[in-house]
Design a protein around this ligand. Sequence first.
Ligand SMILES: Cc1cc2nc3c(=O)[nH]c(=O)nc-3n(C[C@H](O)[C@H](O)[C@H](O)COP(=O)(O)OP(=O)(O)OC[C@H]3O[C@@H](n4cnc5c(N)ncnc54)[C@H](O)[C@@H]3O)c2cc1C
Length: 458
Amino acid sequence: MSSGSRLRVAICGAGIAGLTCALALSEYPDIEIDVFESAGKLAEVGAGIGLFPRPWQIIRRLGLEQDLLKTTESRLLEGRVPSFRYRKSDQREGVEFFRLYTQGALIFLHRADYQQTLLHHLPKSCRTHCSKRLLSYRQSHNRHGVDLFFEDGTSYSCDVLIGADGLKSAVRRCMLHEKSGIAQAEGKWEESMELLRSVDPIWSGQNAYRALIPAEKLRARAPSHSVFTAPMQYLGKNGYVISYPISGGKMINFVAFDMRHELENTKFNGPWVSTSNKSRFASRFADWEPEVQTLMECVEEPLQWAIHTIPPMKSFISGRVTVMGDAAHAMTPHEGSGAGQAIEDAYLLATVLGHPRTNSTNVHRALSVYDSIRRPLAYDVMEHSRMNGRYFSLNIDGVDFDSNRVGPREQLENLRYVARMFEKNWEWGDMDNVDRWDGERSGSSDGVLVTPASSSGK
Ligand SMILES: Cc1cc2nc3c(=O)[nH]c(=O)nc-3n(C[C@H](O)[C@H](O)[C@H](O)COP(=O)(O)OP(=O)(O)OC[C@H]3O[C@@H](n4cnc5c(N)ncnc54)[C@H](O)[C@@H]3O)c2cc1C
């Protein structure tokens, strides 16, 4: 330990969670920070993320706001701000039925821009080590300190270990085995087995196909495509498409979800992330409205993500070890909040570790505070996200959206019903009311707004 430091913190993983935590901790000069990353260099995948106002407040406090705003089309707006527009699109003529309003703007970023901005702001005193894959750790409960063991044969000692190593977290695996072993030694067999249930991720039954479309390419085909005016979500039975501009409007983020809810919690056979072929999913959306077809035509070589989650745990901590971000609560992406929740974890964790009374002897208390605040909230968001997945794929027991069986009026009533459900699901994030496109505003005689596919921009 260098003279004057009161805590040595090791962060495993340099993704959104790990780097945000490192930056937040770097505000405390008496904390030593080492970040260990398994990859040979720090390079995020080419994809967009949307950040809601809550995590954005943290970004502001960390001094990242101005630099990040230079990388995005999104503008900082106060008050009630229009966000996603929703259409029912699994038919030849789409129907626009809902517009989400947020309290403050939703900001869209390129993940690589966020990572680069974080790296740019990290002080030199915070050491990042690449090609350091953590295999395991060891802590003794009657001794201070945690020993880390890496794939390259090296080891390192610290006071606190933060596992920010994503979905397949080595820290989580090690932590749960450690706790399970303790439970077993105490004769608590059921608890011991229960703990191991959260070691491996489970498949959600859903695949996401992600691509970045050059905005010029889309503009050449459809100069007035809706995505140039608002972030869009195109919903249909068992799938949906989300699209919005990023990187100063030069790129359009595109994600198509193919969802088979009956396969939730089963095993996915095949690579979890792979380069895919458009033919793998385009046929799935073949009968969808023209706006969706135009986006599909612009997609090349999408990345396929088999979406996995982590079964909830009873605690995020063990002694001097904790997990955060996807390592703790990997969730489906339907609340657009996995990264946002990782940022919230990072800030709170840094705040409790940075507290002047926290030191190497009482670290466990600080981690307990983090666990008691963040775990219930993150799991709540995780469940909302799961439910949004059902709503966006028009999968609600007893509610029929099929135009072959229900008339246009009933279909719209059902869509408004589902809109109220996902509006409610965002209340935790300070969402304001939505514009329900009621009759007064739209002027339509039956009190609903019907936007035909002729607005597709083709
Ligand atoms: C299709 C899709 C869309 C999404 N959209 C949004 C959105 O709009 N808004 C939002 O907030 N979230 C979104 N998310 C979720 C978000 O991307 C994740 O929640 C977030 O990136 C998690 O960050 P993380 O740092 O916890 O994990 P990761 O990004 O996985 O980072 C983990 C890091 O740890 C490293 N690592 C792994 N194992 C080891 C080891 N053993 N030793 C050392 N290092 C290791 C990895 O190389 C990696 O760098 C989306 C996710 C998906 C799949």
